[in-house]
Each structure stands twice: as C-alpha cells, then as structure tokens.
Design a protein around this ligand. Structure first.
Ligand SMILES: Nc1nc2c(c(=O)[nH]1)N(C=O)[C@@H](CNc1ccc(C(=O)N[C@@H](CCC(=O)O)C(=O)O)cc1)CN2
Ligand SMILES: Nc1ncnc2c1ncn2[C@@H]1O[C@H](COP(=O)(O)OP(=O)(O)OP(=O)(O)O)[C@@H](O)[C@H]1O
Length: 194
C-alpha cells in the first residue's frame, strides 16, 4: 500500500501526483501497461466503436498495448491532435506503426486528416478519485473537448492510471466532467458517471 495523499488544491496535487506517478512508472510501467491490455474486453465497448487513445508523455501509463488489443478486437483507433493552444482536441484515425508528428506540449499526433468522432475516449491523468473526477496538466484540453462531445452525443470516457494515482477527493471546478470508468493495472473501477 502506498501512503494516501492528503487533501490539496489542484496546483499542489499536480506537483505531488506527478512525482508519485513518475516513480510508479519507472518501477511498474511495462507490467502495468500489459495488465491494462488484458482489460480490453472489460470496457463494454460496442463492436467496431472508434476509440481515441493518447500517445504517452513521460510518466503516463502506456495505453499502446491496450490500444493494440482493442484494434485486434476490431475497434478503429484514433489519437488526439492539439491544433490550437487552448483549443479543443481533434481526433484523427491512427493504427499502430503509422507516422506521427510532434504537436504542442510534446504531444504526438497523426498528420492532418479528416477528424473522426470517437465513441470512447481513453484519458490520461495525474490523479483520480472514485467519483470519476480527474486532475490533468491544467491545460483544460480534455475538459473543453468533453464538454462538446457530451453535448453532441453519448461518449464513454475511460481514465487510464496506475492504481496509486487514486486520491480520496480530487478538487473540482464547475467545468469538470467525471469519467465513466477508470482502468488501472488492478482492474476496472465503475464510477457514478456523468
Ligand atoms: N499523452 C497525452 N496527450 C495529451 C494530453 C495529455 O495529458 N497526455 N493532453 C491533456 O490535456 C492534451 C495536450 N495537453 C497538454 C497540456 C499540458 C501539458 C504539460 O503541461 N506538459 C508538461 C510536460 C509533460 C511531461 O512531463 O513530459 C509541461 O509542459 O510541464 C501536456 C499536454 C492532449 N494530448
Ligand atoms: N468547458 C470549458 N469551456 C471553456 N474552458 C474550459 C472548459 N473546461 C475547462 N476550461 C478551462 O481549462 C482550464 C484548465 O482546467 P483544469 O485545471 O480543470 O485542467 P485539467 O483537467 O487538469 O487539464 P487537462 O484537461 O488538459 O488534462 C481552466 O482554466 C478552465 O477555464
């Protein structure tokens, strides 16, 4: 068991959670990513649904083995592109092995292509709680994007994290929209949802 993180504001929690995530990623990164891949069938995705993942930044749990497992099950994959600083994410079709370009904040995304609307979103995070609230880097990209996607239709949101990224209560703002599921190397957590 790791020590629990005391209640902190978003800025302080980002710092503490980042450090904790870096340590667990070094110690358990590849094993945890493999464990996530084993959950591909447990996410309840509709057949052939378009699933948007992410290209991992340092310390984030690596979603690529899970994305490969999803592709093998017949899902279409996509990656987010940051096309405008402070804007919303654009999702582009992608298959493992296809070329990527570097975007703002060190992100990697496929070259310009007609955007797709994902049915499910795999979401990176610094910390999560059992209500489904997440803390990100503070750019607000997922918040703004989710606000639009939720307005336009149904979307399943799945946070991906190391189990030790859980905190009792993530501090929230009015724009935060809770995730439906959190997948960790220990299994799938079903939250109260949106
Ligand atoms: N893998 C991944 N892709 C993503 C995100 C993410 O969190 N992770 N984003 C989520 O919104 C969007 C990009 N927005 C971002 C906004 C800020 C920072 C950021 O502050 N990065 C750190 C450096 C990251 C590192 O430690 O390598 C920084 O600049 O200090 C990163 C991404 C879309 N794509
Ligand atoms: N629906 C929205 N519409 C417009 N701006 C928004 C919306 N949601 C969030 N923002 C803006 O995004 C900024 C960052 O929000 P927050 O600190 O919650 O980011 P985060 O969830 O940690 O980051 P990210 O989503 O990029 O991983 C806030 O300053 C807020 O004004």
């Amino acid at each position: 068991m790791t020590e629990s993180i005391p209640p902190l504001d978003k800025t302080d929690l980002r710092r503490v959670a980042r450090q904790r995530r870096r340590e667990v990623a070094l110690a358990q990164g590849p094993a945890a990513a493999r464990a996530l891949a084993g959950l591909a069938g447990a996410l309840g995705l509709a057949a052939r649904a378009v699933v948007a993942g992410y290209w991992p930044l340092e310390g984030e749990i690596d979603p690529l083995p899970l994305m490969e497992a999803l592709a093998a099950r017949g899902h279409v994959l996509a990656l987010p592109a940051v096309t405008e600083t402070g804007g919303i994410l654009e999702f582009r079709r992608w298959s493992p092995g296809e070329a990527l370009e570097t975007g703002p904040h060190g992100t990697r995304h496929p070259a310009a292509a007609p955007p797709v609307v994902p049915a499910a979103l795999l979401v990176p995070l610094l910390a999560f709680d059992r209500r489904g609230f997440r803390l990100g880097y503070g750019g607000g990209y997922y918040d703004r994007t989710l606000a639009g996607l939720c307005r336009d239709g149904r979307i399943l949101t799945v946070g991906l994290a190391f189990a030790t990224q859980e905190v009792d209560t993530v501090p929230t703002d009015p724009w935060d929209i809770p995730l439906d599921l959190i997948a960790t190397e220990q299994g799938v957590i079903v939250t109260a949802g949106k």
